[in-house]
Design a protein around this ligand. Structure first.
Ligand SMILES: Nc1nc2c(ncn2[C@@H]2O[C@H](COP(=O)(O)OP(=O)(O)OP(=O)(O)O)[C@@H](O)[C@H]2O)c(=O)[nH]1
Ligand SMILES: [Mg+2]
Length: 301
């Protein structure tokens, strides 16, 4: 199971809790390719009914039809509004207006809205703050954990955004979520077994986009397994070592990088329907663990 929870995230989570009561609203930046796996399960509990905007960011890499399904899913919660955006099209310019519409001006408070930007590592939080500020105020980079401390940025006389370090949670109960977070770049590569992640991506491609994948890598027929797909991609792209063996490390890096850059197409790796099934599975496993624990305790007494 993939987990990544370095010390700075524990600290960031504590600071996040401290500031939550002081802000007017929370802007949770989700990765549009994995709206379920990038949603912080703790945040839903902690924010109560504080207004929340879920930004489906990096939408340039995601499947537009599935994004509409995700918007409908999130907006079933009346305290939530959604915005689909990315750093190419200026779509984020709608954010200040959306904040204002959720926090109407009141006579007894200042016009300034304080909004905390929360989200997993590498999802684009600092980039969107820079876009709205119109200058480079927050450090960005294509690697998880670029921002290490909170930073306040006054966007206008009506909106202050608080950038926060990307955080994950101590336990990712749903193991496919761990792989999706890894595949899309929320977990540092040094904390990963890249071949395992590449196998997960290969399985997704075979199940959902087999023909397009064969076309991209010039394969004659659909491979029977994810290992065979990795092997064939390796041959087609020259990831070969002495004796004609496949360099699986190299082909894994290549596949992960092409998925992350959108070279394989615009994908959502999950749907609201899948989420329901996976949550049910997590619950079954949880119940089984509890029953096992209770049995052991019974045997000991
Ligand atoms: N394709 C695409 N890339 C984006 C988008 N927004 C940001 N990025 C890229 O994603 C990477 C991470 O961006 P950051 O703004 O540093 O992400 P962050 O959420 O602040 O990351 P941490 O501070 O590590 O938590 C950078 O390489 C950005 O250029 C987007 O909408 N589309
Ligand atoms: Mg950042």
């Amino acid at each position: 199971m993939i987990q990544w929870y370095p010390g700075h995230m524990h600290k960031a989570n504590k600071e996040f809790l401290k500031i939550l009561p002081q802000v007017d609203l929370v802007i949770e930046v989700l990765d549009a390719r994995i709206p379920f796996s990038s949603e912080n399960p703790l945040l839903a509990k902690l924010r109560g009914d504080k207004p929340c905007i879920k930004l489906l960011n990096k939408s340039d890499l995601a499947d537009p039809a599935l994004l509409s399904q995700w918007q409908r899913h999130f907006e079933k919660d009346r305290s939530v509004r959604t915005l689909i955006c990315n750093n190419h099209t200026g779509s984020v310019s709608g954010l200040p207006g959306l904040c204002r519409s959720m926090i109407p001006a009141r006579a007894n408070r200042s016009a300034m809205i304080y909004a905390m930007i929360a989200g997993i590592p590498n999802v684009g939080k600092s980039t969107l703050i820079n876009q709205l500020a119109g200058r480079s105020v927050a450090k960005t980079g294509n690697e998880a954990a670029m921002t290490r401390r909170q930073q306040r940025v006054e966007i206008s006389s009506e909106l202050t955004l608080i950038d926060t370090p990307g955080v994950l949670w101590p336990n990712i109960d749903n193991s496919p979520s761990g792989y999706r977070l890894a595949a899309t770049g929320a977990i540092r590569d040094t904390a990963l077994d890249l071949q395992e992640v590449a196998s997960f991506i290969a399985e997704f491609l075979l199940l959902n986009h087999a023909e397009a994948t064969c076309e991209r890598y010039a394969l004659d027929c659909i491979p029977a397994s994810e290992m065979e797909l990795l092997e064939l991609i390796g041959r087609s792209r020259g990831c070969v070592i002495s004796g004609g063996r496949i360099d699986f490390e190299k082909v894994s890096r290549l596949l992960i990088s092409e998925l992350r850059n959108g070279e394989l197409g615009r994908f959502c790796l999950e749907t609201p329907e899948m989420m329901v099934q996976e949550l049910a599975q997590v619950e079954i496993i949880k119940q089984q663990k509890l029953a096992k624990k209770a049995r052991r305790r019974g045997e000991q007494t």
